[in-house]
Ligand binder design. Sequence first.
Ligand SMILES: [Zn+2]
Length: 456
Amino acid sequence: MSRKDYYAPLLRNWVYPLAQRLQGRDFHTTMNAALRDQFLSSDEVRELQFQKVSALIRHACQTVPYYRQAFGKIGLEPGDIKTWEDFKNIPILTKELLRVNEESFISTKPDSALFMVKTSGSTGTPLKIMVGQRAALRANVSRIRSLKWWGIELGDREIRLTNTGLSFERGWRKFYSDYISTPMRNMLMNRKYFSAYTMTPKMMQEHWEVILEFSPRYIFGFPSAYTIFANYLHEKGYDGREANLKLVVTSGELLHEWQEQLITTTFGCPVADEYGSVEAGVIAYSHPCGDMHMMDDGVIVEVIKSNPGDEYGQLVVTNLDNWGHPIIRFNLNDLAKTIRNGHDCSLGIGLGILEGLVGRSQDVLRLASGRIVYNHYFHNLVKYVRGVKQYQVIQKKPDHFEFKILPEGDTFNHEQEIYIQDVVREHLEGSTIVIKIVDNIPRDPSGKLRFVISEV
Ligand SMILES: [Zn+2]
């Protein structure tokens, strides 16, 4: 039995709405609308999106220098967007365009005070996004609504297993952050942070003891961090089900099927995957029906294929609530198969369904011939190799790879090395692969662990 939580209702009904109010956000109104709108029909959802996007485009044309110029160049007036076809004629925005024109994307008349958020820069170039209060509230509301699908209520005890457990401050700021502001905020929010950066056996032992003592309803974190933690629990012979978790939420990295299975068997609870980005907020969330629903009342998601016959297309997103730094038809560099109508949901949610999300396209390797290799190829390969604890594949040239291997015990040997080289040569059009035995696989600057990286 999990420990009774007397604070959660207080946080849910008073502390959280009040904290949002102090930032100028009307939590109850937006939350109630979101709870209602998730049951709209597909047509009604499209209508709601169209109203919101028309207003956003008008605002962007009038107050955002970049859009005024870009739309002007193609002779587009705000009133010209009368149908979805018109919307689809708006040019696609890239990360590079956002970066180069940083200042000119900011509205001269934002609808609220803005705060700055930096993207993680997994491509090596961090990006600054200014977020308005309405967009920030929307992201919170989308997450709270999705967690409710899984029986998690706002204010329930939470542990976060992400990058944010470490302070990068120095001097008195570090003291203030480590001992005053962060602990206070976490206490008020009924949560604790574990850093995915420091998953040493000693830390994981401490984490396990804290989990048993704190008794969180759910944990939120990177799939790779759970994988390491689950393996540790198995090694020590601990039963993860004793944590009595209702849900594990994964975010920030692509969730592989084997990871989902490992987490489910270790903790004896379902796994929900959250998909989002700094530019767009929360974009899609797993639902108990088995599909991933898009947060259609806050974003417009498109899957754009270069050829109609392609299996996967680029994910392009429009953030409907950020009037401070409008993001319209932004290419996230992620891939998905298709979008389906919400009414396929067996549990009555009308929000659209995002199918076949395969994550960052920069983690998708393109061979010299143009053929695409998805990162799960390497996971399947590693399943046949003994003694690999962790790995990372880096594509150095279209036909040349580096395979970093963190071995487990001494079962990884020359024979295994030859096996990998042979299989890769055969499967990947004669590509060569160099094996490097390492004692550590570094995380990227945001704390995420990437299995497959393309430098091509
Ligand atoms: Zn559903």
